[in-house]
Design a protein around this ligand. Structure first.
Ligand code: CTP
Length: 403
């Protein structure tokens, strides 16, 4: 899956011959799973048609402040476009458009959108080699980079003039991989390994029966996905659940029992940077597991249980550089109990769920959490989807790691 999947990309096209390649670029962005909107400078329409671009992008394409097809009474809101975008790509960026961007000129929709955009802006210059070498072009290039815009360097080769040299717009495939690599390189959890436990554990009574619980595993899986989307290598140790995930940064390790989860967690703990233990581990397991199915030939059946090792506490006891996060599900005296658990298990952060909060906990799609860190700082969050809760937890971890 491309890192661009689900991202909103605003493509700004200025008037250079390389504009004909933007049809391919839009196609590549769409294939990568991105949402694409296109803004053209008025003269760019001489090189590539709005119809081609709107068909490929599946969105209306604009080149002026008012909508030409609508008797000029619909305003194309450059501020909204700028806010919609996760990032803007200006390709081709002609000498003229770059100069205007560098100087704050705002005489077309593309430039107004660029000035309004708060997101990262990539620009891919395209022009003849002498124009590219010109001191004024270099000044624009430098100024634009000083403003924080990201240059996708021009390539060398045959130019539309017939001359050969530097100035050709980067090929659409190269623009795509440049942006993907740039985003991946800046992800906050890049090169971090995150260990996550999720789901319930099943403790065998006999070959067909077990002691388990209603944990869906959803919270742990959402944390795994969010961590991978932030660039982490994720080791997801999960008890039996209906959840599934396919992501090239997530290694799923299925286990059944608490003992197996304990072993796997210890196997990977040394190499992880962050460990988030969200599994609902069975506190007890049957002392003896029957080899055969237990027959119902007595009126009473007593199962002798023994305590499972606390995986979280055992990791807390050996932790070195790792940032260790646990969960606490409480019904009363929530904050105090959670603080005690944090201390007792030597955690950096604890995620408190209160069963008194509607929509929080095991089977629900939502969760309401309070985070408490080892300096006793407390942050309360609203009821949110578990996917959003996962992002809140990871953002807190990232901000603490950067402290
Ligand atoms: N945990 C664990 N191994 C266990 C039991 C719990 O790793 N054998 C972890 C859970 O994954 C969770 C946290 O410890 O992160 C929960 O702590 P626990 O003390 O079990 O608290 P509660 O589940 O809230 O239950 P109780 O208050 O009954 O102890």
């Amino acid at each position: 899956m491309s890192i661009l999947s689900g991202k909103n990309i605003l493509l700004g096209i200025s008037a250079g011959i390389a504009a004909y390649k933007t049809a391919t670029l839009v196609r590549l962005f769409i294939k990568a799973g991105a949402n694409v909107k296109v803004v053209l400078t008025p003269s760019a329409k001489d090189f590539v048609t709005p119809l081609t671009l709107s068909t490929l992008s599946k969105n209306p394409v604009h080149s002026s402040f008012t909508n030409e097809d609508d008797d000029n009474d619909t305003w194309n809101n450059h501020v909204e476009l700028g806010l919609w975008a996760d990032f803007m790509v200006i390709a081709p960026a002609t000498a003229n458009t770059m100069s205007k961007m560098a100087n704050g000129t705002c005489d077309n929709l593309l430039l107004a959108t660029y000035l309004s955009a708060k997101c990262p802006v990539y620009f891919a210059p395209a022009m003849d080699l002498d124009m590219y070498k010109h001191a004024s072009t270099k000044t624009s290039l430098n100024k634009l980079q000083d403003f924080g815009n990201i240059l996708i360097p021009a390539e060398s080769g045959e130019l539309a003039s017939g001359l050969v040299g530097e100035g050709r717009m980067a090929e659409p495939e190269h623009i795509l991989s440049f942006i993907e690599n740039d985003i991946l390189g800046k992800l906050p959890l890049k090169e971090k390994t995150v260990l996550i436990t999720a789901g319930p554990t099943y403790e065998a009574i006999d070959p067909v029966r077990f002691i388990g619980n209603h944990s869906s595993g959803k919270m742990g899986f959402e944390i795994a996905k969010a961590a991978a989307n932030l660039g982490a290598n994720v080791i997801l140790i999960t008890g039996p659940t209906n959840q599934s995930v396919t992501h090239n940064l997530i290694q799923v390790i299925p286990v059944i029992s608490a003992q197996e989860m304990y072993q796997e967690a210890h196997k990977y703990f040394a190499k992880c940077d962050i460990a988030i233990l969200s599994a609902a581990v069975s506190d007890y397991r049957p002392k003896h597991v029957a080899n055969q199915k237990i027959k119902k030939n007595t009126d009473d059946l007593v199962l002798e249980l023994v305590k499972n090792k606390d995986i979280l506490a055992s990791l807390g006891a050996i932790k070195q550089h790792q940032f260790l996060v646990g969960f606490a599900l409480e019904t009363n005296n929530e904050l105090e109990n959670a603080k005690q658990k944090l201390k007792k298990k030597n955690l950096n952060l604890i995620v408190l769920n209160s069963l008194n909060d509607k929509g929080a906990g095991f089977k629900s799609q939502t969760n309401k959490i309070t985070l408490i860190d080892n300096k006793e700082r407390i942050s309360e969050f609203e009821l949110k989807s578990k996917a959003d809760v996962a992002v809140d937890i990871l953002n807190e971890i990232i901000s603490q790691l950067n402290e």
